[in-house]
Write a protein that binds this ligand. Sequence first.
Ligand SMILES: Cc1ncc(COP(=O)(O)O)c(C=O)c1O
Length: 400
Amino acid sequence: MIKPAKALENLPPYVFVHLLEFKAQAKALGRDIIDLGMGNPDLPTDPAIVEALAQAARDPATHRYPLGKGTPQFLSAVTGFYQRRFGVGIDPVSEALALIGSKEGLAHAFFALANPGDTVIVPTPAYPAHINAPYISRTKPHWAVLSQKNNFLVDFGKIPTAVLKKTKLMVLNYPNNPTGAVVTDRNYLKEALKLASRHGFLLIYDNAYSEITFDGYQAPSILEFPGAKNCAVEFNSFSKTYSMAGWRVGYVVGNAKAVGYLAKFKSFLDYGVPAFIQLAAAQAMRRGGEGEIARIYQNRRDVFLQAARDLAQWEIPKVQGSMYLWTKIPSWYKKKKSLDFVKDLVLKTGVCVSPGTGFGSAGEGYVRISLVETEDRLREAARRVGSLIERKPRIPAAAS
Ligand SMILES: Cc1ncc(COP(=O)(O)O)c(C=O)c1O
């Protein structure tokens, strides 16, 4: 009898599996699907980067195992970016590591830097890879609830000292998936670093949306703060910044020991990011122009917020970062569960959004809308949401 490992059995169901099922049923009913479920960028990678990939792949040297922490070109592009964007100096040899997408590195960090049974602090709601990492690594999660009234920031004062004392890792992610929250008060990050330093744990800062910010807001790096490299690492990604989600390339920078242990762990699992991908990714970073993609998401945000208000009586909070809108299900919707709303919406209208519970139990009552369709399709999605509003039948005026 073949059985999965306990760690796999205990995993909560992956939200996107439900969505696949609902979408298949909706398609069978002939619905046109507008998919705002997964945060899978629809914008193509810049053709110049695709060209750089083609050129790099013509060099047979890139066909060998890449080995090491990353190619020199890749690591120097990353360190150049951190200098230019955040004013942070990174040692390319000891403080940076290429990843097969930041998801891979984030999940493996829990194996490389904590033991089964160790306490880890993870926010909820959160990106599913953060929620699931404790399950697969058999570490012990302390869930830090992100609430709207606290602007979706972790309330550090609510974490018991006894928990902090035994914590090995704490995850923070801003601009945040799924809530779109950003850090506007730098003291918040200073406080997180102070806790990590005082209690001797590693702060894992996920900055995957550092370049997807709106209305002039600029996201900080955790490494901008004095002493951060003593107790923090930062994960970042090419997926959203350069619309390169399918290329599977990201990186981690910061604390040299943590970076080194993760590199050691990975050396037993993989051979690194293919060299031609690293070379093309380095080109993407050198070209810059990070803000161009953010502007497209910002316009989409504005279009959907307006259309949801006008066409679906749905008031959705404005976000300053990420590519998501995070909102309570419409007040006119009679049932209370996120999954009921999502299922009804996709089966009746073809519009697919993610149920809040896919990001942890604290997401009940919410949905996440990914801005991964054109402005016209987003307007149409809002119109279709509005079509679910039950209109009272008109009573004809009595004849006098
Ligand atoms: C917060 C967050 N971190 C990391 C990732 C993963 O990015 P990558 O494609 O680099 O694995 C995502 C992807 O959606 C994300 O939302």
